[in-house]
Ligand binder design. Sequence first.
Ligand code: PEP
Ligand code: MN
Length: 668
Amino acid sequence: MDEVDKIRNEINQVDERILEALANRRKLAEQIIQAKEIAGTPIRDSSREERLLADLITKGRNRGLDAHLVTRVFHEIIDDSIRSQQLHLLDYGKAGLSRVAFQGIQGAYSELAGRKHFAPYLDRTVFTGVETLEQVVNAVEDGDVEYGLLPVENTTAGSMNEVYDLLSVAQLSIVGEEVLRVEHCLLTADDVPLAGIRQIYSHPQALAECMKFVAKLPNCQAMPYADSAMAVKKVSDEKSSGIAAIGSEEAGKLYGLKVLRRNIEDQQNNFTRFLILARKPATIDLRIPCKTSLIMATPHEEGSLLKALSLLHEYKINLTKLESRPIPGMPFQYIFYIDFEGNTAEGRIAEAIEKLRTATTSLKVLGSYPAQHRAKTSPRVEVLAGGAPEVIEEPPEQPAARKEKVGYKLASRDHKPDDTIIDVRGVRIGGPGFVVIAGPCAVESPEQILKCARYVRECGGALLRGGCFKPRTSPYSFQGLGFEGLQMLADAGREYDLPIVTEVLSPADVEPVARYADVLQIGARNMQNFSLLSEAGRSNRPVLLKRGMMSTMDEFLNAAEYILDRGNHQVILCERGIRTFETATRNTLDLGSIPILRRLTHLPILVDPSHAAGRRELVIPLALAAHAVGPHGLIVEMHPEPEKALSDGPQALHFSEFADLMRRIYQG
Ligand code: PEP
Ligand code: MN
């Protein structure tokens, strides 16, 4: 045996020990649920999870493991233990053989969702494909199957109207939901160039989710078909080189087609939600976090929907979805579909529903079922940054700001007294928290941005920054890698679970960049590019707006107003230094603007010490000074090898300096 074989052998043994440990852990989790059953305590205890993670991260670091790796692995482990505890409390597992109807043939997304949902019982579950969604409902109503699966909404293409209409007449209950990440492939019988494809077959919903991709192909027609897997089968049966299907990789494998392109959906995060229907409502143990769905109609009079919804508010019920559909035969009258968090078995929810009956003309409870989304407990940033937990206090009450005639309205505190908090994939910017956004000035290569992402994550950074379209003073300087760079940034963000922020330079780029970026940056040089501001205002992505280098507070807030006025209420302001007579720094960091802005506006405010300083050795002192004047966070530049950076190298922090900054910020 040579050296490599020996090491591989040892690795195999380690892997087996990991499996054994996982199996042991799962057994213990099952014992816990028995004990909890007696005590009646909820399955999850997030403060215990938080302490557990903090402890594991410290122990992992002592053994040379990344906090991110430890967190990721334990998220999966904790999730598995919650899932197995939930399964223990569900009815599904107690039944014998389950038959499940879905629309389509083998390989359809509905079937994939079904397999995911019933994964623990696949040995006892039989899937039957039927032709239409209505037949799915009929099969359950007639008792031919125990469960039916209906796709109800997609995050790109929206709600399935037909399913909502079926739900209103079906004599069925919702007993579960499943969310499937849908990654569409372009499938063909043989290797043809994209330009050679004349027709693409798929379900209309799948075609809608890939509309932009299909529209870009010359002389190519989208052909709606009953179901995506049937379209795949058709293309496989016909074997003609000009036709293709959009479907899952699994369907492609099943029917012997080649994957010509992967991930052709217009939005990177493309999910479809399915409902699981049964004849009888499920009784779900109160320890499982649930959702409840209902259909209601309100009297045709002013304020009636508001009255119904404020009842839910009164009972502190969190709505997750509200959908309206026309009532057949009654023009311009609507029924409403409502999903909210809670279980009809809870007293509070049952009481709210009874009250709701008095405010509606009809009400049908569709059922309570376990919520698919299980939030992940994150380690506290103080743990990541290596410091002790710190309580950040709300700033004390301030006397009202001086009343002056200003051109902006929506941005002002008068308009909205409470701080705006912007949620970027779970990261909250604004309000009491403090976030640090970091990354290189420009994305330069996959390796460079991955290294930055890993380090930002390790130190407790909240978002990853990286310019792909660079506004350079000289046209001969590096201009950024464009969309290629954006893909690298998105991949790095996904790998390390960090939302990403990148700059857009032109109105035409807003929409394509927003497909990848979680936050759009509008740079100092573009602060008064009104067409860019307006276009960003039509986007639904948060916008990080930097202060122009010669702009007053008033001009800055009016620039934000353009975005707000166009309908996008998610604007983050950023002070990055202004131009003065002083040349010792690249710009002069105007820290006085922070307390002023905090009084004038409800919008979150960040400070960028990097572009203000222009020199690395000034970045940490300026960042610490900025932290002291009360912004909601910082955005800083760092680079694995600042000396080799293609832009803004002199101001980029080395990784060790970034770690030091994080420690000093979060250790207080
Ligand atoms: C940047 O963030 O890389 C940048 C170009 O910033 P500013 O617009 O503040 O100069
Ligand atoms: Mn820069």
